[in-house]
Design a protein around this ligand. Structure first.
Ligand SMILES: *Cc1c(COP(=O)(O)O)cnc(C)c1O
Length: 354
């Protein structure tokens, strides 16, 4: 694949690591590739980061034809840079694209575009403990018509943003509210895809929870509102007795790469892991009996995020005294150890950037 590189002549000043937040500062360049039914994917290029011009009727503005990915580039102690399981993002963006009739991107193209772009932006990967370069690949429809059908023109882009440590003040367990009004997704819908529309549907409950002092919501299934699905933009796991339980992928849950990695690490360490249906009743009973030992969310941004309090229908439950549990801590140490290159990657998950 030929990638034309038009380097910025006006490089930005890089921010101090200590001032980094999430997704506010962007690197000097962006990757762009266009698609049309006639030409397929073409014109792969890297350009200076900046605004772009789109037709006001472009599909993405009207019918939500957009899917995205999220992953990070990590700097190791020796200064080199690596990605974590980017092949999984390449696969997932295509499963998302297929569901909402956007063109799929050959995995090699996705990976080559990604590696070339990150290699060019290498200096933007911050150095301090816990910091990283967050990478956002996204794909949207841009047919210049209001007609409703599968798109014939699309654009794939990658942008990147240096981000601070998620746990600047140490790993503090979060408070989560179980949402029993809004639903995020239903089986047969788009729950398993990383599409912008899912976020549009879930924002209201998130805002409501925040006003009540909770950091995210725990979603129940959209039909019976009975089974636990996931937490905000993270998958969720519980330690009930000696069993680690995580909701099985029924189609309405996002198949997280962190979730998958947690399951593999836990099984490897000898834990019993069950991917199964978990009802809110069963969870409530485990909370009341004290069988619920630990709960945590997992996703690229936080890696793992311990849950210290759950609120359901106005009733509050404290988990593990509101402290991080031993399994959560072990998972955090293992995954971040591999990601930042502090421990041996025996699973072969990391991909170096030259
Ligand atoms: C991205 C995302 C996750 C976590 O996926 P990772 O691949 O682990 O980052 C979980 N739930 C939702 C809704 C998401 O969008």
């Amino acid at each position: 694949m030929e990638i034309k590189i038009n380097k910025s002549t006006n490089l930005k000043q890089k921010p101090e690591d200590s001032t980094l937040g999430f997704g506010k500062i962007f690197t000097d360049h962006m990757f762009i590739m266009d698609y049309s039914t006639e030409e397929g994917w073409h014109d792969a290029r890297i350009e200076p980061f900046g605004n772009m011009s789109l037709h006001p009727a472009a599909t993405v503005f009207h019918y939500g034809a957009e899917v995205f990915e999220g992953l990070k580039a990590y700097r190791k102690a020796d200064g080199s840079i690596q990605l974590f399981r980017p092949d999984e993002n390449a696969k997932r963006i295509n499963s998302s694209a297929e569901r909402i009739c956007l063109p799929e991107i050959p995995e090699e193209m996705f990976l080559e575009g990604l590696k070339t772009f990150i290699s060019l932006e290498k200096d933007w990967v911050p150095h301090s403990e816990g910091t990283s370069l967050y990478i956002r690949p996204f794909l949207f429809g841009n047919d210049e018509t209001l007609g409703v059908h599968g798109v014939h023109h699309a654009r794939f882009m990658i942008i990147a943003s240096p981000v601070g440590s998620y746990y600047k003040e140490g790993i503090n367990p979060v408070k989560i509210m179980i949402e029993d009004e809004d639903v995020r997704a239903v089986r047969g819908g788009t729950g398993y895809t990383k599409c912008g529309g899912n976020y549009a549907a879930s924002t209201r409950a998130g805002e409501k929870a925040e006003k009540m002092g909770y950091s995210q919501v725990l979603w129940l299934d959209g039909v019976e509102r009975k089974y636990i699905e996931e937490v905000g933009a993270m998958n969720v796991m519980f330690k009930i007795g000696d069993e680690i339980v995580t909701p099985k992928l029924t189609g309405s849950i996002l198949p997280g790469i962190t979730r998958k990695s947690c399951i593999e690490v836990l099984k490897d360490k000898g834990y019993k892991v069950s991917e199964r249906l978990l009802s809110v009743d069963e969870l409530g009973k485990a909370l009341e009996s004290g069988e619920l030992k630990e709960a945590w969310g997992c996703g690229t941004a936080a890696v793992v995020s311990p849950i210290g309090e759950l609120c359901y229908k106005g009733k509050k439950f404290i988990i593990n005294n509101g402290e991080i549990g031993a399994v959560t801590q072990k998972l955090y140490d293992t995954l971040t150890g591999i990601q930042w290159g502090k421990i041996d990657d025996k699973y072969g998950w990391t991909v170096p950037i030259k």
